[in-house]
Design a binder for this molecule. Sequence first.
Ligand code: FEO
Ligand code: CA
Ligand code: CA
Ligand code: CA
Length: 604
Amino acid sequence: MPFQRVLSFNEVAAARFSRRSFLQGATTALLLSSFAGCSRKVSPGIPIGKADQLSLPEGHSALPLLRWGDPLFEGAPEFDPVKQSFESQSKQFGYNCDYVGFLSRSENSGLLVVNHEYTNTELMFPKLEVRDGRFWLTPDQVETEWAAIGMSVVELEKVDGSWRVVFGPRNRRITVKTPMKISGPAAGHPRLKTGADPSGSRVLGTMANCSGGKTPWGTVLSGEENFQEYFGNLSGLAVLDRSRESLELFPFAQGASTRGWERFDSRFDLAKEPNEANRFGWIVEIDPEDPNSTPVKRTALGRCCHEAATVTQCKDGRIAVYMGDDSKFQFVYKFVSQVSDSTAESPLDNGTLYVARFEDDGTGSWLPLTFGSGPLTPENGFEDQGDVLIMTRKAAKLLGATPMDRPEDIEVQHDTARVFLVLTNNTSRGHGPYPGAVPSNPREENRHGHILELQEEGGCSSATRFRWEPFLVCGNPNDPTTYFAGFPKEQVATISCPDNLCWGPQGRLWIATDGMRASVESPDGLFSVPVEGSEKGKVTEFLRTVPGSEVCGPEFTPDGETLFLAIQHPGEGGTYHQPLSRFPDGKGPPRPTVVAINMQSTRV
Ligand code: FEO
Ligand code: CA
Ligand code: CA
Ligand code: CA
């Protein structure tokens, strides 16, 4: 169908992506002149072509390793934005790279596992029809989007000091159509049964894959975050329909969804197949070593807008998984496996899911989400543990968990069970009917976010009690509400909207941001900070990203010599024909890209 420009892009975009702040034209020029620190390779300036590169300290380079559309298999088509299809996209690197996990196989080889969180329709296709303020996709376009999200597994090898992609036998694309198993206590539950799957244990695909984590047994966990965006027509369900109980825990569209997938596949239509949405919002486990393995949704880890899943092994041998539910006033979770359970196929199928309660005096506890205990009973709508897990948010609220400022990534020091928890921001705190500031979420209208440090009791991640204290309260250091673990503020960089975390050389914590354009009128970036010693809290800026993008998935190789980084949604806020960025190629549409940064000369 012909392209009809019915609405301005900004009107369409505002309707589609209300959760993201949009740029107003190109007014968010990179403010590199105010950068305090190392000399930079890139000088400031807009428009595109001058500032449309990553800004890094001298001595480092960021090479594009995997761009949206890059072929991953022998014979796969080269990227061609005017010839997109499910067939081609499912053989190419997906869109909007988020989590990046590197699994080392030798000094010079490894697997990269990458989440593809969502698509920017307006940046992907040169021709788009708009109807009623929404993109009206063609069947080919929607199928391309189904292939562009999910996950990628890519073999890498290091040649002459540089990592490069190999068309190896483990390469794999996981999409919205990939068959998956559902395991754990909710598998087979009536709320998970659909017309296509009367067993309630098989589902097609994963989506909204945000961050993730690696397990000690070599698999990768991926969090299904904003899955609600992909379903429409909640208003078509009868008011008293029992399915509403689980659906109303998420902000589903009452009518047509912004993506319109329900026009193409009725499983995305809540009025026709209300249980399909219950089959998303889980943690998915994939085995990157076996491209024929079936990914598994692990229901014991609960259902929410999962950001990440950070795994550690407790001193007693049990597995603990820390997880955040990234929505305003949602909660922080921890799953702890049973001590030894020979009946479970996986330690992630049998254990206890806890939710965090932060007391104002610096103590805290992990409250078990166990059917039959406390309020988790039939009187409150829970008939079994499956109900508790499918309606995790409801169970956590009833238990008295602490509503947080958008819990995102979490990292744990494995030997000490010190836990660093990111709260990215929450501009609604203290507004209208919403909760006000409390010590664990200490600012009303929290625009800049904060990071808490937890110490598990006994230095063990299976503990049910912890102590907590603020680590960073982010923002411009001149802002009196900020705090940097007590480090002198005149020596720290402005950091705002922390999102992803990873550990780097010398035990530093690396922090990627999402939202600094809106909060401090500066590009998002990558920062590092020591977590102990005399420099604890000294936040240093390392990288600034390109217009429209956030920085995701920092991941170091074990030798610390390479840092993989995902540049997600470059150019967001523009259109295919008028992009704010043409990263990384300088021509054509912007392409979400994983870059490899050489860190041999690290001075930060
Ligand atoms: Fe997908 Fe919470 O960021
Ligand atoms: Ca994130
Ligand atoms: Ca992480
Ligand atoms: Ca984010």
